[in-house]
Every structure is written in structure tokens, then in C-alpha cells.
Design a protein around this ligand. Sequence first.
Ligand SMILES: C[S@@+](CC[C@H](N)C(=O)[O-])C[C@H]1O[C@@H](n2cnc3c(N)ncnc32)[C@H](O)[C@@H]1O
Length: 265
Amino acid sequence: MTQTEQSWQWYDDNAGIYEELDPATLEFGRLLLDYADPVPGARLLDVGAGRGAVVRAALARGCLVTAGDAAPGMVARLRADFPTVAVSMLDAHRLAFPDACFDMVTAGFVIDLLSDPAVAVAEVRRVLRPGGVFALSVPGPLPHRGRWQWLVDLAQEFFPATVAEDRDGQTDVDVTGLLAAAGFTGLTRKDFEHPEPVSDPAALWDLFASRLPAAVSSGSVEWLPPDRAAEFHRRFLTGAEQMHANGGIAFDRHLTMYRALAPAA
Ligand SMILES: C[S@@+](CC[C@H](N)C(=O)[O-])C[C@H]1O[C@@H](n2cnc3c(N)ncnc32)[C@H](O)[C@@H]1O
């Protein structure tokens, strides 16, 4: 399996539930499109469109939307859900479009997944007209990361194969450097926090029980032997109780958005 195949395989497996897993997905798509700020009628390409969070917002703004994804399951759903959009299978590293044919390219939470983001950014520049806009988002820093360490430790103990590394939730990709190297100008950036308050430990368990099994398809609680599953549940609630008593539970999400211009010809 190549790096590119790995980057979309999980999304293909979970295309049917992707937006349902995280209610913030649609809002993040809207935020990126607002930040991109297209004029009505703009020719917009959404790369790695997933279930269409950005596509939906772009249509609402009157854009002429083209969208694609490397996951066949996502592409099938995009075609069914957005019949007016030109949808195709695409690999962000090799965009099958002519030079300078879009006014705007968007990529929500895609660049950090790619095996060679510099190649993808150069492709975006190629398909943008001079002065065209590239707007993208990546997962942002987690300022309260330490408050969740109990859950990271617990997950690593019970699902070592799935939660193998601790990347602090933040992307390693140097977006600013990538955009500058590809010749983009006028770079701006914006951070956004989306707090999702959780009322009590039982509500946190419900939230994870609804999202965790699909999110960690090779290590869901349901797959544990019954005594281990009960032990996981007990220790999860203990950790959540401590967090609840120590400042409350908030399932904060963060994103960083970038907007840049393709150089004039
Ligand atoms: C985190 S999801 C984001 C989906 C959507 N942009 C959103 O904001 O909801 C990342 C998407 O990128 C797609 N993807 C991964 N690698 C890709 C590649 N090389 N080319 C195009 N799409 C890719 C995945 O299949 C997935 O749908």
C-alpha cells in the first residue's frame, strides 16, 4: 500500500458516518469558506472534499464548484448529495485539470494527510489563475492538551496498536513554508477554537462510545473481552470524574486556517 492510499483508506471505510462522527465538521467547512471569501460565480475547486462540508458552504455562496477526493466512498456520496457539482476521483498530488482554470482552491484538513504536501501545493498553484486564492485548514494546537493526558494513557494501555503515537493533535506540516516555497503571496492565518462542553462523565462516555468505535476501527471497546471492556469503562469514568471535578469537561476542537494568493503571471 502506498502513502497516498493510506491517507484516504480510513476515510473510505468511514465515508458513511464521517460527518456524523464529529458535529463540528460542517461548521469547520463553513468557517474555511467564509475565510476564503469567494465572490458569487467564482470557479472553486475543493480538494479532498470528504462528505462536502466546504462544498456545501461554497454552493451557498453561489460558487461554481468542482470537487474531488481520493476515497471512492466519499466520491460516491458527493455525487449523490451534490448533483450540481462536478465531482471526480482525484489525487491532490496530481490534479487532472488544465493550468489556471480556477479562481479559488480549498482544502479542509487535507494537506496534513499527504505524503508529499509540497507537490500538492505546487499543483494547486498550477491550476489557480494568477491572483487566485488558496484557502486551507489544518488541525490547530491543543492548548489544554494536558487535561486529556489520562485518556491518552488509558487508550494507549487498552489499544496500543491504534494509539501508538502522541502527536499533540497538531499537524507537523509547515504550511507557511510550503506556501512561500510554491510562490504564494499575501499569506494570512487565523486560529479558531470550538469548545464542546460536556455535562458530566456519563455524557463524555456517550460521546466517545458514539465516535470511538469507528474512529479506532481496529481497536474498539466492543472488541475487548467483556472483563477488559468493563475495566476500561470503569477507569474511563474515574478519569472523567477527576476531570469534571477539576475544572469541568470540554471537548475542545481547534483549527488553523491559511489564505494565500497565487502570484500574478
Ligand atoms: C479530514 S478529511 C476532510 C474532508 C473535508 N475536506 C472536510 O473538511 O470535511 C480528509 C479528506 O481528504 C481525502 N484525501 C486523503 N488523501 C487524499 C489525496 N491524496 N488526494 C485527495 N484527497 C485525499 C480523504 O479521503 C478525506 O476525505
